[in-house]
Design a protein around this ligand. Structure first.
Ligand code: ASP
Length: 438
């Protein structure tokens, strides 16, 4: 049995957090692959080491002294070393990095040192083998991960060492240069390690006990979600629910490896399991999440038989793509098309877009509406039960919330609702209460 356990920055911010991680690893001998982020914030006004590393580079670029920032970074690791009673030769490690601090230092190399040093400390602390992700995760020159090569690297090395700590966030290009993922990318490193070793589970340890059914800033103490499918997760993330890096799902989903989101500060909580199997399982909650946000604009285009005229529809869509405007959702009826995008994408362009679309469709009308909030109510049971959609509408009607748009989605897991921005919070609360009666 192999479990890949990835720990985020808040789980590794100081010696006390390191101790919690050690405890978790010692609880289960199958946690044989540990992936670490760089130290995160200890308090709300603290800095993340990775942010400081980017700041060092900015100072170098503008010829401003970076000494005090670099010393802050050094101090973070020295504190962890002494709090955990470790002996890693940090002076030597910092010397190597300092010797490379010049105008042409690679930003990726510098940013990756946050994870590199943390993994070295954690490996010593756990008594696991440190391995450098530069030797494991191989990128192609186009920026994609070379999964074949990466898998081979992991397998070869895992035959030799089978309790390893690796740094998250980076790998290397064919010429050996370090390349980092986008921010938050240690999540992706963990998923790639899990996929490469065909792990039984990918544990993502963070500072929350899994996903919550709704935004806790809107709903008081929303319930955690025990089980969710990859498909549901994709729908929720697309509508703004921030869980993990968005590239996490692909490698593990393909291999059928479940992800378990867990809380380092509350290891007893089972967290949220993300898997394919959920499709078949009943869930007590009936819904898997409510997510959404304010600030959308909708372009309602009405013309007889619009849905049959594919050429016309694609010309309308081209108007947006030519302007580089990302479309978030398209809801179509027989004689209508409602295209949603973020309001900021069309700021100052609305009348022009309306005129352009009108010139394409000829007869018919185009109306742009702003100030719209979109809410996704996600449930794998949606497809089987019409009652769920009805429940959403009942919840809104009973609070006199006007529904501007409703769409049941193409894949049967998502009901998307449009309401006025002013009704957003009220609507989310109403839907939550309808499903989760106190
Ligand atoms: N340390 C990196 C960041 O802050 C990567 C990560 O933590 O996932 O973005």
């Amino acid at each position: 049995m192999i479990k890949v356990a990835k720990f985020g920055g808040s789980s590794l911010s100081d010696g006390a957090q390191f101790a919690k991680v050690k405890n978790i690893i010692e609880q289960d001998p199958s946690r044989r692959v540990v992936v670490v982020s760089a130290p995160g914030r200890r308090t709300s006004d603290d800095n993340k080491v990775t942010d400081l590393l980017y700041l060092v580079k900015a100072h170098i670029k503008y010829d401003v002294s970076y000494d005090s920032i670099f010393e802050m970074i050094e101090q973070r690791y020295m504190d962890i070393r002494s709090e955990c009673d470790l002996s890693l030769d940090l002076d030597q490690e910092f010397e190597i990095i300092r010797s490379k601090l010049s105008k042409n230092i690679s930003m990726d190399y510098l940013a990756s040192r946050g994870e590199f040093l943390n993994a070295k400390l954690m490996a010593e602390y756990l008594g696991y083998q440190f391995l450098d992700s530069a030797d494991l995760i191989s990128f192609k020159y186009n920026g994609d991960v070379d999964m074949e090569k990466t898998e081979q690297n992991f397998k070869e090395i895992f035959d030799v060492y089978n309790k390893i700590v690796i740094p998250g966030f980076y790998g290397s290009l064919p010429n050996g240069d370090i390349k980092v993922f986008s921010r938050g990318g240690s999540d992706v490193s963990g998923a790639i390690a899990a996929a490469s070793l065909d792990a039984d589970v990918y544990e993502n340890w963070t500072d929350v006990s899994g996903m919550l059914l709704a935004d806790p800033q809107i709903v008081d103490n929303p319930l955690p979600v025990p089980l969710i499918t990859y498909k549901e997760l994709r729908e929720l993330s697309a509508m703004g629910a921030q869980v993990m890096h968005e590239d996490v799902v692909f490698p593990v989903r393909k291999m059928g490896i479940p992800i378990n989101i867990r809380n380092t500060n509350c290891p007893k909580a089972p967290g949220t399991l993300i898997a394919n199997i959920g499709d078949e399982r009943e869930s007590l909650l009936k819904i898997s999440g409510i997510s959404g946000g304010k600030g959308y604009a909708g372009f309602l285009i009405e013309k007889d038989r619009l849905s049959e005229d594919l050429e016309l529809r694609s010309k309308v869509m081209d108007v947006f793509s030519k302007e580089g405007i990302a479309i978030n959702n398209v809801v179509s009826g027989i004689d209508s098309l409602n295209i949603f995008t973020r309001e900021e994408n069309v700021k100052g362009k609305i009348s022009r877009l309306e005129i352009e679309i009108k010139s394409i469709i000829g007869s018919g009308s185009v109306t742009a509406n702003t100030g719209i909030s979109l809410i996704a109510v996600v449930s794998r049971h949606m497809v089987k039960s019409l009652a769920l959609g009805a429940k959403v509408l009942t919840a809104l009607a009973s609070r006199n919330i006007n529904v501007k748009m409703i769409d049941y989605g193409v894949d049967g897991v998502n009901t998307l609702i449009g309401v006025a921005n002013s009704n957003y919070e009220k609507a989310v609360k109403a839907i939550y209460r309808e499903f989760i009666k106190k």
